[in-house]
Design a protein around this ligand. Structure first.
Ligand code: PMP
Length: 309
């Protein structure tokens, strides 16, 4: 099969293939049940940030799901570097990639069919960051909505594992966007405490302290960890604790952390602006500068360059 010269390649079960040739079976449990784990890092100026931390979290998710990937973490990291390398020429000078590892439990043969030899399905793929569509978030701040859909409790399925089953988060995000186009969901838990969103962690500045939900109830975001470490370094107190809507209503600033965004200011929650008013607020701005220093790359400027003139 011929493929376009500008088609990306992906790692698929031991081989590097054009993306259009990397096909998952209709009997793959990752496809059928969301029975799989994944993790996603990003590049800054075409170099992967905190790959080791992402791969370690990935292997913790796999261990929790009792999926044996068949290759070790070092090999997974090497393949990830290789996939970015093999696709680097397709990036514009001011573009960057998301780089994602996925392992599913593999193919399930129907009862009565000959058993399959196949083990897990292992994929490593990359795609350009959606810089243009997300650029306005850095100019205006993110509108957050807390939908009626509640976050899956850890007693049911640990939110600390990054699995292919995102329906809970997707349903919440659909509701948030139906209420306010362009809004991002941050889900409440069963007790009305804020948790996280579809691909992001939530942080507020409340009476001079950064508050963010406890790691038992949310994915341990690598960007969340990065911000916590930076805050402590600049002497800003941080607490991992329960946050309710009263805390949010009285917060002076808020932001989301995520691999693609790093940290991005929140403009309002359920239609109410943060007390600070200015977006980004001074503390969010200081943390953003510290993040930019750490990664050696101005990701805010990268986003803002994509704004329509
Ligand atoms: N929560 C969820 C549910 C996520 O999918 C993500 C994205 N990985 C995050 C939080 C943010 O984590 P990170 O900073 O590692 O991207």
């Amino acid at each position: 099969m011929t493929h376009l010269a500008n088609e990306r390649v992906a790692y698929f079960n031991g081989a590097i293939l054009p993306e259009s040739e990397a096909r998952v079976s209709l009997r793959d449990r990752g496809f059928i049940y969301g029975d799989a784990a994944f993790d996603t890092a990003r590049t800054f100026a075409h170099r992967i940030f905190k790959l080791e931390e992402h791969i370690e979290r990935f292997y913790r998710s796999l261990r929790y799901l009792r999926i044996e990937p068949g290759i070790g973490a070092d090999e997974m990291a090497r393949i990830s570097e290789q996939v970015v390398e093999r696709n680097r020429h397709l990036l514009g000078p001011d573009d960057d990639y998301w780089i994602t590892q996925r392992v599913t439990r593999g193919i399930e043969a129907p009862e009565g069919d000959a058993p399959l030899e196949a083990g897990p399905t292992v994929i490593v793929e990359c795609e350009p960051l959606p810089l243009q569509s997300r650029a306005p978030l850095f100019r205006d701040g993110i509108e957050v909505v807390t939908p009626s859909v509640r976050r899956t409790p850890p007693e049911a399925l640990s939110p600390r594992a990054k699995t292919h089953n995102y329906l809970n988060l997707i349903m919440a995000d659909l509701e948030a966007k139906a209420r306010a186009p362009g809004a991002w969901a941050v889900l409440l838990d069963g007790a009305g405490k804020l948790t996280e969103g579809l691909g992001s962690n939530f942080v507020i500045l409340h009476e001079g302290t950064l508050l963010t939900p406890e790691p038992r109830f949310v994915l341990g975001g690598i960007s969340r960890e990065t911000v916590i470490a930076l805050a402590r370094k600049i002497g800003l107190p941080v607490e991992e604790t329960a946050i309710d809507l009263h805390d949010v209503a009285n917060a002076s600033e808020a932001f989301l952390t995520a691999t693609s965004l790093c940290l991005c200011p929140v403009r309002s929650v359920n239609g109410q602006p943060l007390r600070e008013g200015r977006v980004p607020g001074p503390v969010t701005e200081k943390l953003t500068e510290a993040y930019i220093d750490l990664v050696g790359f101005d990701f805010v400027a990268q986003y803002l360059r994509r704004l329509d003139p």
